[in-house]
Ligand binder design. Structure first.
Ligand SMILES: C[S@@+](CC[C@H](N)C(=O)[O-])C[C@H]1O[C@@H](n2cnc3c(N)ncnc32)[C@H](O)[C@@H]1O
Length: 280
């Protein structure tokens, strides 16, 4: 992977909404500037502009008012943005990185649950793993651990380099390989996790959920945090649904029907579902 920085494309429902409304406002401005342009009701025009401002300002506002990321997380984010993902060939892209707001949410959840053992399924360049490692280090010191699963060797090596340059990086234990195999090996070894962050291949989410609940990898009072459960709005806008959109819609229904859990879907970034084990 060589270095070429590009601006991330919109990948969340709010960012897509903002981009869409920005385009509507631009076309409105162009139409109004034309001498023969169709005159729009001024009240409708100002309502459209207000809707565009509401959507465009939400992410920057929530980020600005949340605790800033650590220098180590910022460095990891910048390193990820500087990679040439287009030439990667493995389908990885910088937009996969969760980032400041979601990282801060994960840190808060680790603190709130006093989690000492954390499992991440889908690490990429390590942003969320490092965010949770910073929190487990504060909660449990040297007893705190984040086990992070990643299938791609090159991206795992990049993450490991960043961890080695980070104060909390040595709390992270990286397992390279298909996450389902790692989960079964961990379960066979009797591992239990207080908090699990699920963020790997969307087609595998149902299998990961079953492995976590059936084997007891998710501790009795453990918290499961699932990313991308709104999948760019595809589950409810339909029409252009991708394989990932269909996988997430199916996963959300499986989760909603599972009597062993209670869950809440939060419209943070691309959707974050918090799952609490209630039985089984
Ligand atoms: C959305 S990214 C994870 C982003 C990361 N959690 C973060 O916040 O920066 C998904 C990652 O899951 C990995 N992945 C996909 N399929 C996998 C599998 N079967 N086992 C383990 N990792 C997998 C991909 O290589 C990719 O790096």
């Amino acid at each position: 992977m060589t270095s070429t920085r590009t601006t991330p494309r919109p990948v969340t429902p709010v960012a897509l909404l903002a981009a869409s409304l920005e385009d509507v406002v631009r076309r409105l401005d162009e139409a109004e500037a034309r001498p023969d342009g169709v005159a729009l009701d001024p009240a409708l025009g100002s309502e459209i502009r207000r809707a565009a401002a509401l959507a465009a300002g939400l992410d920057p506002y929530t980020a600005a008012l949340s605790t800033p990321e650590s220098p180590a997380l910022r460095a990891l984010s910048e390193r990820t943005a500087a990679e040439d993902w287009a030439g990667d060939g493995a389908g990885l892209e910088q937009e996969m990185l969760s980032g400041h707001l979601e990282g801060q949410l994960l840190k808060t959840l680790v603190h709130a649950t006093r989690a000492r053992k954390v499992l991440e399924i889908g690490m990429f360049t390590g942003y969320s793993a490092l965010a949770m490692a910073e929190a487990v280090q504060e909660v449990a010191g040297e007893e705190g651990v984040v086990v992070a699963c990643e299938i791609d060797e090159r991206v795992a090596a990049l993450a490991q380099e960043c961890f080695e340059a980070s104060p909390a990086g040595d709390r992270i234990d990286v397992h390279v390989g298909p996450a389902l195999d790692t989960l079964h090996a961990l379960a066979d070894a009797g591992a239990r996790f207080d908090l699990v962050f699920l963020d790997a291949d969307k087609a595998g989410y149902v299998d990961y959920l079953r492995a976590l609940l059936d084997t007891g990898l998710l501790a009795r009072r453990g918290l499961l945090v699932v990313d991308n459960t709104l999948m760019q709005g595809e589950p409810w806008t339909g029409g252009t649904s991708s394989a990932n959109g269909e996988a997430i819609a199916a996963f959300n229904q499986v989760l909603a029907d599972d009597p062993r859990v209670e869950q809440v879907v939060l419209p943070v970034r691309d959707g974050v579902t918090l799952v609490r084990r209630t039985a089984g």
